[in-house]
Design a protein around this ligand. Structure first.
Ligand code: ATP
Ligand code: MG
Ligand code: FE
Length: 340
């Protein structure tokens, strides 16, 4: 039978039912965006409480939509790392309880690997071997993936994650949370060449990026530079906000695309996998499509519904199931990054 996957690492409460052939029988995502909006970011306490309220209804809905009962299931998969500890605990506790009550094996899933596995769910086994990019709210990581199971970290951001930069730029431009989609929307009406912004580390030969300097450059362009106050920033009207959003997005995309080029060169892999919330960004999708066409590489970018957090991507658990790798009922959550 299929497996039930549970994801609660940040502020999406999600459950999915995935068949052994990796087809997604159901995928339910309850976003808490509306709860965190007025705080401009995820409030951990609010997130864990909302997970507690939503987790069982979301699981029930996923089972109903897939038209399966607990006795049909082969296993329960749950994301145990990385993420907010209070959020992770809710999903993991639910998964352990259901595994015990329904007498099913438990499988622990790495959230970042799952972001990459979204590409396997969408494109099939031929997605590997590949070079992978996870570009999300907390991470900007490149991997070498010889197959669906192995992923070696080969590069990352040295400071902020790409999604974090979108979120911070949104906040300083007064755009609503979550920042990524609202920056993208504002950028549609702006000129990406209007504000000259740096492309930090882009032309350096190492596989690393930095978004903190770019974010500061946007801040100075938007609000003025305290180090040279004699050059006043233009007024922050709707037009200027659109230009800043478009210019920031263009710089971020340039850097990400440039480093994907380098990662492909370094790994020599025939395919580029891209997952994580920022992979939903339209300008990035266009930039990566151009790059892969230019290089004759196959682009397997997660479809929109598998970019931001969801449980279907935890179909990665089938790889563990097939290898007989199960988690004990007393397994723990690991909030930080677990290196491959
Ligand atoms: P991580 O996966 O690193 O643990 P997370 O799970 O919170 O972090 P995701 O849910 O994968 O992150 O992605 C959320 C991030 O994606 C947010 O930073 C959000 O602003 C960004 N994002 C979502 N849509 C877009 C978009 N269209 N353009 C740019 N960024 C986007
Ligand atoms: Mg989220
Ligand atoms: Fe994520």
């Amino acid at each position: 039978g299929p497996l039930l996957a549970i994801e609660s690492s940040c502020d999406e409460t999600a459950a999915a039912v995935i068949a052994a052939d990796r087809s997604v029988l159901s995928s339910v995502v309850s976003s808490q965006a509306a709860l965190h909006e007025r705080f401009g970011g995820v409030v951990p306490e609010i997130a864990s409480r909302a997970h507690v309220e939503r987790i069982l209804p979301v699981i029930r809905e996923a089972l109903a939509e897939a038209n399966v009962t607990p006795t049909d299931l082969s296993a329960i998969a749950v994301v145990t790392h990385p993420g907010l500890v209070g959020s992770l605990l809710v999903g993991v506790t639910a998964a352990k309880t259901l595994a015990a009550v329904w007498d099913l094996p438990l499988i622990a899933v790495d959230h970042l690997r799952a972001h990459l596995y979204a590409c396997r769910i969408a494109y099939g086994e031929e997605a590997f071997p590949a070079c992978g990019l996870v570009v999300s709210g907390g991470h900007t990581n490149w991997y070498d993936c010889p197959d669906a199971v192995r992923a070696t970290l080969i590069g990352s951001t040295i400071d902020d994650a790409a999604g974090e930069a979108f979120d911070k730029v949104a906040r300083l431009l007064g755009l609503p949370y979550p920042g990524g989609p609202s920056v993208q929307q504002a950028a549609e009406h702006g000129d990406p060449t209007a504000v000259p912004l740096p492309r930090p580390m882009m032309n350096r030969p190492e596989l690393a990026v930095s978004f903190s300097g770019l974010k500061t450059a946007v801040r100075y362009a938007a609000l003025g530079n305290p180090n040279s106050p004699e050059v006043p920033a233009p007024p922050l009207g709707e037009r200027r906000i659109a230009d800043l959003a478009a210019s920031f997005q263009a710089a971020a995309v340039d850097v990400l695309v440039g480093k994907c080029d380098l990662a492909l060169k370094q790994t020599g892999r025939p395919t580029l996998l891209v997952g994580g919330g920022v992979a939903a960004n339209r300008a990035l999708r266009v930039g990566l499509t151009d790059l892969c066409e230019r290089r004759g590489v196959r682009l397997c970018i997660a479809p929109m519904e598998l970019c931001v957090d969801n449980a279907a991507m935890a179909g990665l658990a089938w790889e563990s199931f097939e290898r007989g790798e199960f988690a004990p009922l007393d397994c723990d959550v690991t909030p930080g990054l677990v290196r491959a």
